[in-house]
Design a protein around this ligand. Structure first.
Ligand SMILES: [Cu+2]
Length: 164
């Protein structure tokens, strides 16, 4: 019986669903739909904004969302990217949806289409959650944190590549 108690204790933080990314892993170089899932507000307060920071090497376009306006912040890339045979020196680095409010009792999703880098590894998407009262920064890399940043694992590309 003791083992069940321990399992339940460890499972609890996962059930309490923060802001998470889906899927958790995707192939290098892919055009990948990424969904940011908002499980609750800021300590009970309704969500009025979500800001996603794109990690280095990742470019993305947001999917419009009824009831929410989008703001894009462009910036210089530390390392220029090759896309569609062109060199890209700057790109959108930050995407913000403002609207709602999304009550704490409800759940919603914010979607973007990302072009993933060719380099495999873990890519951290820092997310800022603005609420009617207060805000939460999902920006910690340590998984044990109370406010972990969503992380996407970029895995080796499949043999058959989809060319956009
Ligand atoms: Cu949570």
């Amino acid at each position: 019986m003791k083992a069940y108690w321990i399992a339940a204790l460890f499972a609890a933080p996962l059930a309490h669903a923060h802001i998470t990314i889906a899927p958790a892993s995707a192939p290098a170089g892919a055009y990948q739909t990424l969904v940011f899932k908002v499980g609750h507000g800021c300590d009970g307060s309704a969500t009025t904004g979500i800001t996603v920071q794109l990690p280095e090497g990742v470019t993305a376009k947001p999917m419009p969302k009824p009831g929410w306006t989008i703001n894009l912040v462009e910036g210089k890339l530390a390392t220029p990217l090759q896309q569609h045979g062109k060199t890209i020196a700057s790109a959108v680095r930050e995407i913000t949806w403002r609207g709602g409010p999304l009550p704490d009792a409800y759940y919603d999703e914010f979607t973007l289409q990302a072009k993933l880098p060719d380099a495999t590894g873990n890519y951290v998407f820092k997310v800022g959650q603005q609420c009617e009262k207060g805000r939460v920064d999902w920006a910690d890399v340590a998984p044990a944190s109370k406010t972990p940043a969503p992380v996407l694992e970029v895995t080796p590309a499949a043999m058959t590549m989809h060319h956009h």
